[in-house]
Design a protein around this ligand. Structure first.
Ligand code: CA
Length: 618
């Protein structure tokens, strides 16, 4: 697509920059082979720069698939080889790296999937024959409290939320600020109808698990907090909440850009624990940044060490190897606390062992299956972390990680294999956590050191040139929740100083309209509109407005670096609002729009005043 010709600018529109997720079926990531990348796709981070300048650098030579504008990071597709060279030479570019492919970390299954009747009659649940002391921990843990249910984000292949274990325990996270199925992004987080999770492949609320891995992992998270193998009628309300974020497809494969989107989403929507039962061999600065973002927000990230019997200190595995201080990397152990034969290890890079050999957990369709892998060990630790967070709610992810390492049972088999030389002990953990109820949050400063990058492929690995993109889809870009938090945000969230004029109009219109209105109802509004681009000025008249907005040729504005000034005259012809905006591409709407960056507080009030008397055009 040639972005410079025939494009039209749509004003008064909720604008979007998407983190679209390209996932053409492709070869799986495999140990030892060069890391797979998504052809033609790159993640680029710029030094702080105007969005318009960035757009100017890219124009015509790549498609902008997504943006973490607050972080200065952009996701490109169809990247031209010449652009890649330019970006690498550009002093404003901090890094440019391929969009690496990531993969689930699963080992062998044992036997067949079994029904609820079979599992309930044959198993007594502890996840493991090793003394992880889960049952004792459940007994001592704080009583169920609807207001104290930490969220565990499970970034994986999705979840079968209809499995009775999840339904009966009411364990799914619910975004109470989102009205289900109304086609509107009620909480303005950039995701329409994200009621209980998100699918970052299709950019939809449907996170159905078409691979089984995510459902199994989620069952283990819940299984660390209660007996999921109990008869259905005996299942208790969950003390934690599960947030399924799907970025891995039916082959268990996904892109780094989608993983990052899920990571930002999890943090911004309140997850305390993030489970990553997946990985790859390539170091990604962009993923490192995302995990750092989790750290900065007090979130603990639990990662699977890998299933290749490798020493991660020698052969890195990511995200397990990122040295972010709240990143807890987990090896798999068996009933006798031996390191599982398949499990990766690392006296420095892997911290703790947990049961990961033949673990029964949930499978889509109401079934159960016994699976092995560090993918199964990590979620046990994630569930344990959430249980500890219930007891000591002020603890940062960094403190939780330290506590988990400190309370692990020393096991001779793990000496020299994991940094703690220990296997998780849930009862010890909760005992210590219960003594930390009034301990306040603490964590040291941390800044990612990109020079830790041991992967030479990070800069040069991908073949340059135009790649095929199989699908383009996306989620909206809305106003960040409450304007609090600040800092780097997910695509789509904005800080207090950056918000959207069209958004305000839209809110005003919604407030004045019956709930059953169509989304693009048009309202009568007489106003002048002056748009300045460089030294050129366009003057027009608004006769009606709607979310759908109006349009004009945007070529000129793009030539000027994508920045425009807009002046809107009020209905009385005197009062005016002046705003500066930058032109951004909306993948979802396949059109350009204006993102307003400097709307004053008083302008907000003025807009609300103007729209008070608007009449709907029939
Ligand atoms: Ca939403």
């Amino acid at each position: 697509m040639d972005a410079t010709k025939g494009v039209r600018l749509r004003l008064f529109q909720i604008l979007v920059v998407l983190l679209a997720v390209p996932l053409a079926p492709g070869p799986l990531w495999a140990q030892g082979s060069p890391s797979e990348v998504i052809e033609g796709e790159y993640l680029v981070k710029f030094k702080p720069a105007a969005f318009g300048q960035v757009l100017g650098k890219l124009r015509g030579k790549a498609q902008l698939k997504g943006s973490f504008a607050q972080k200065g990071m952009y996701h490109l597709s169809n990247t031209d080889a010449s652009l890649l060279e330019e970006l690498r030479a550009d002093p404003d570019v901090l890094y440019v790296e391929p969009n690496y492919r990531l993969q689930t970390i699963t080992g062998d299954a044992q036997g067949q999937a079994v029904s609820a009747e079979e599992i309930q009659s044959t198993q007594s649940y502890t996840q493991s024959g090793a003394p992880v002391k889960a049952v004792e921990a459940w007994a001592r843990s704080a009583a169920y409290d609807a207001n104290n249910r930490p969220i565990v984000a499970i970034i994986d292949t999705g979840l079968d939320s209809n499995h009775y274990v999840f339904r009966q325990t009411n364990s799914l996270w619910v975004n109470t600020r989102e009205i289900p199925g109304n086609g509107i992004d009620d909480d303005f987080n950039g995701y329409v109808d994200d009621v209980s999770g998100w699918n970052f492949i299709t950019n939809s609320p449907n996170f159905f698990d078409d691979e089984d891995h995510g459902t199994h992992v989620a069952g283990i998270v819940l299984g660390a907090t209660q007996n999921i193998l109990a008869p259905q009628a005996d299942l208790e309300p969950a003390k934690v909440r599960l947030m399924p974020l799907k970025f891995l497809d039916a082959n268990g494969s996904g892109s780094t850009s989608a993983a990052i989107s899920a990571m930002y989403y999890a943090v911004n929507m309140g997850a305390k624990v993030i489970n990553c039962s997946w990985g790859g061999g390539s170091y990604s600065r962009a993923l490192h940044d995302a995990i750092t973002y989790a750290y900065e927000h007090g979130v603990i990230v639990v990662t699977a060490a890998g299933n290749y019997s490798n020493n991660n200190d020698v052969t890195p595995m990511y995200p397990a190897n990122y040295d972010v201080p709240s990143n807890l990397s987990v090896a798999a152990t068996g009933d006798s606390d031996r390191l599982a034969s398949f499990s990766n290890y690392g006296a420095s890079k892997v911290q703790i062992g947990a049961p990961g050999v033949y673990v029964y957990s949930t499978l889509p369709g109401g079934y159960f299956l016994s699976l092995s892998g560090t993918s199964m060990a990590a979620p046990f630790v994630a569930g344990a972390a959430a249980m500890a967070a219930r007891e000591a709610p002020n603890m940062s992810g960094y403190q939780l990680r330290s506590m988990m390492i400190g309370t692990a049972d020393a096991v001779s088999y793990l000496s020299g294999k994991v940094s703690s030389s220990g296997r998780v002990n849930l009862n010890n953990l909760l005992g210590v956590a219960q003594g930390q109820v009034s301990t306040s949050s603490y964590q040291p400063a941390y800044k990612p050191d990109y020079s830790a990058d041991r992967s030479p492929a990070s800069d040069a690995g991908a073949p340059a040139g135009c790649g095929l993109v199989s699908s383009v889809a996306g989620a909206g870009w809305g106003l960040g929740g409450g304007g609090s938090g600040g800092g780097g945000m997910a695509p789509g969230t904005v800080t207090g100083i950056l918000f959207l004029l069209p958004f305000l109009l839209w809110v005003a219109l919604r407030l004045r309209s019956p709930k059953d209105q169509r989304r693009f109802d048009r309202y009568i509004m007489q106003s002048d509109l002056i748009i300045k681009s460089g030294d050129r000025q366009l003057v027009g008249t608004i006769k009606t407005i709607s979310m759908g907005g109006l349009s004009f040729d945007v070529d000129e504005a793009l030539e000027r670096g994508g920045t425009i000034q807009m002046k809107v005259l009020g209905p009385d012809g005197r009062e005016a609002i002046e705003v500066e905006g930058r032109i951004v591409w909306s993948e979802q709407n396949q059109s350009y729009g204006v993102q307003f960056s400097s709307v004053r507080e008083q302008a907000k009030a003025v807009l609300f005043g103007w729209t008070r008397h608007l009449v709907r055009q029939e």
